[in-house]
Design a protein around this ligand. Structure first.
Ligand code: UDX
Ligand code: UDX
Length: 463
């Protein structure tokens, strides 16, 4: 199938590379000249395991090309994916300006040669499918002499469907090929059939797995969920809000564990074995971050507000997470008493391991708070030191290249991102470098035994 993906950011690029791998002719349209230039050479400008290699496979096979020519690319395609960013505005609403520009441009570019499907891959508020349809229609109207109303009703040249993504950064390729479900929101039977056909190799698992994303043992057919437009949009938000709520729940229980002398890891294991609850996303720690959870929970609250519908669960999910980020500061105060003049080393900066993404990263909240309290902050992340420095030129922290450099003269180390690199260190050596051998494990990811055997004080979360 001929496909055009608009926006070669995180989601757009992964989508493009996967669809090209399945044998579709994909043009990824990117308006940022620097990004386009680097992608055209097969260089992925952000860190995602396997993606660089995967994009290269697509380019070499001839199925994946990059372009900045939206009009030309739309004309060639039968399916057009909108995958531009929808960042949060200061009031919590998503900024839809990129979607708006692109939707109108798609409309202007369309000709009457085929009926096209416009797929909303960007996370947009409930009801946006209809809005995108209106914008595309405006684009069509602006570029062509308006056809007779009756003709347009009989043979519309496009249909808008919603096809939310559920990719996790760090495992985006695996999530694309082996998803828990594929959701398509549309009441247009023909469009649903075309989308089902596009995803058929994934639904039936008939493709040859790429070497860097082997098929998990026993993985079989993928459920293809057909809904109306609004339900598909709500599924995306509800899934992320539920996951965020699950983590916040664990974090709230973690606080209680500390009061009563229980261990949240044991509690999580005990409740997670109940299949109705499930083990995933119960890890207590410094809380959730990233480009999606905060943005999606606040967008959901925003929609509810428009209908004067209270959402106490969502509000609590956010409040618990905000409090949770600062629990490590409380622990530092308990151990060190005064933070002014102390030096704290942050292990990890990105919002989770295996990505260099710093959007809404708990490490940044913690670093700013420590600086505000008069402490000095050092940090070391295996991949995002430079990115952090470039994006936060006013953040006065010392970036280190290895753990011993980080530990040198520190009064405490705080594990913020549970990179594998941090899991089994020579803690005795680390302790020797420190002024005071304190370790706060903000992700409950380290072995308390290994750390304490090295003569360090260990504090986890909820234990
Ligand atoms: C995606 C989704 O689209 C977002 O709605 C979801 O919630 C998270 O994932 P992401 O891939 O992270 O966003 O966005 P971003 O990294 O901002 O990439 C968007 C890309 O689109 C950028 O490379 C940008 O240059 C490009 N773009 C934007 C265009 O090519 N044309 C435009 O008009 C606007
Ligand atoms: C999320 C969703 O999982 C994905 O389906 C969606 O499409 C995009 O948003 P992502 O933001 O990449 O993916 O990361 P995810 O793995 O969900 O982690 C989000 C945050 O929660 C991270 O900061 C992580 O450290 C934190 N987390 C996760 C916990 O604190 N505890 C857990 O048990 C799991």
């Amino acid at each position: 199938m001929d496909i055009c993906v608009i926006g070669a950011g995180y989601v757009g690029l992964v989508t493009s590379a996967c669809l090209a791998y399945l044998g579709n002719q994909v043009i990824a349209v990117e308006s940022n000249p620097e990004r386009l230039n680097s992608l055209s050479q097969g260089i992925v400008p952000f860190f995602e395991p396997g993606l660089q290699e995967f994009v290269k496979v697509g380019i070499d096979s001839g199925f994946l090309t990059f372009s900045d020519k939206l009009e030309e690319s739309v004309k060639k395609a039968q399916i057009i994916f909108i995958a531009v960013g929808t960042p949060s505005l200061p009031n919590g609403e998503p900024d839809l300006s990129q979607v708006m520009v692109v939707a109108r441009a798609i409309g202007s570019a369309m000709d009457g040669t085929k009926r096209r499907i416009v797929v909303n891959k960007s996370t947009v508020p409930v009801g946006s499918g209809n809005w995108v349809e209106m914008l595309v229609s405006q684009g069509v109207a602006n570029s062509q002499p308006v056809p007779a109303r009756s003709t347009r009703m009989e043979s519309p040249s496009f249909v808008v469907v919603s096809n939310p993504e559920f990719l996790r950064e760090g495992s985006a390729i695996t999530d694309s090929f082996y998803p828990d479900r594929i959701v398509v929101g549309s009441t247009d039977e023909n469009a649903v059939a075309v989308m089902k056909n596009l995803y058929k190799p994934i639904i039936d698992q008939t493709f040859d797995p790429p070497s860097f994303a082997p098929r998990p043992k026993g993985f079989q057919e993928v459920p293809f969920v057909i809904t109306d437009l609004a339900s598909a949009e709500l599924i995306k938000y509800s899934a992320n809000a539920f996951l965020a709520m699950k983590i916040s729940f664990s974090n709230e229980i973690a606080g209680l564990c500390e009061k009563v002398g229980a261990d949240v890891k044991q509690v999580a294991q005990g409740i997670g074995l109940d299949y109705r609850i499930g083990k995933a996303f119960l890890n207590a720690g410094v809380g959730w971050g990233g480009s999606c959870f905060g943005k999606d929970v606040s967008a959901l609250m925003q929609v509810a507000k428009e209908y004067s519908y209270p959402t106490p669960l969502l509000e609590a999910t956010v409040a618990v997470n905000e409090r949770q980020r600062l629990t490590v500061i409380k622990k530092l105060q308990e151990e060190l008493k005064i933070l002014k003049g102390r030096t704290v080393g942050l292990m990890g900066l990105s919002f989770k391991p295996n990505t260099d993404d710093l959007r809404d990263a708990p490490a940044l909240t913690i670093a700013y708070q420590l600086l505000k309290m008069g402490a000095s902050v050092k940090a070391m992340d295996p991949v995002s030191n430079e990115r952090c420095q470039a994006l936060n030129p006013n953040l006065d922290i010392v970036y280190c290249q290895d753990i011993n450099e980080l530990a040198t003269d520190c009064d405490a180390l705080v594990l913020v991102t549970e990179w594998d690199d941090f899991k089994h260190l020579h803690w005795k050596e680390v302790a020797k470098c420190m002024r005071w051998p304190l370790l706060i494990d903000g992700r409950n990811a380290l072995s308390e035994e290994e750390v304490t055997q090295a003569g360090m004080t260990y504090r986890g979360v909820g234990r």
